[in-house]
Design a protein around this ligand. Structure first.
Ligand code: MG
Length: 175
């Protein structure tokens, strides 16, 4: 069946996988899909946007994922200061001022990971930045529910539209 244009527009924002949080990543499924690298958004994906440093659980999660054989990178639209401080204890690959949904810095992250797009997953809380960016570059896209309800103003504005798109996604993926 031929897809309508509105479907094609919506699908670039839909995730391949949805999880409630980064602690619920389906690791076996990801391995089965050939995923070897994980690119994480920071703000409201792995930490509230206004919390400067990662909690211990997250540091442990990253250690666990590395032990599981995944290569990790954080990729944030936020500035160098934010990303550097956040990464102080995570000690992973990091890219700041990512300009998502632009793909230039995501490709830089793939270079740092030494992985191709098809072996890497993008994990984020926003469909118009993280999911769109990931799809454009050919990654598997994993959407998380935002970690807290506080948002920067610019994000707050996008959330309304995001809700409309996700309503369609969840309706289609209802089991
Ligand atoms: Mg975010």
């Amino acid at each position: 069946m031929k897809k309508g244009w509105n479907n094609m527009i919506l699908e670039r924002f839909f995730p391949d996988i949805y999880v409630k949080s980064v602690y619920e990543l389906p690791l076996e499924e990801l391995k089965a899909r050939g995923i070897k690298g994980l690119v994480f958004d920071i703000d409201n994906t792995v930490a509230p946007f206004d919390i400067a440093e990662p909690e211990n659980d997250l540091i442990e999660l990253f250690l666990f994922l590395k032990k599981q054989g995944f290569r990790l990178c954080i990729l944030s639209n936020n500035n160098q200061e934010r990303v550097k401080l956040f990464n102080k204890n995570l000690k992973t690959l990091a890219v700041h001022k990512a300009g998502k949904p632009g793909v230039r810095k995501l490709r830089l992250a793939l270079e740092k990971l030494e992985l191709s797009a098809k072996n890497t997953a993008m994990i984020g809380d926003q469909i118009f930045t993280d999911m769109w960016c990931g799809h454009r570059a050919g990654l598997t896209c994993i959407l998380t529910a935002p970690i807290c309800n506080r948002d920067q103003l610019v994000t707050k504005v996008k959330r309304g539209l995001e809700k409309q798109v996700l309503k369609v996604y969840f309706k289609r993926n209802r089991k």
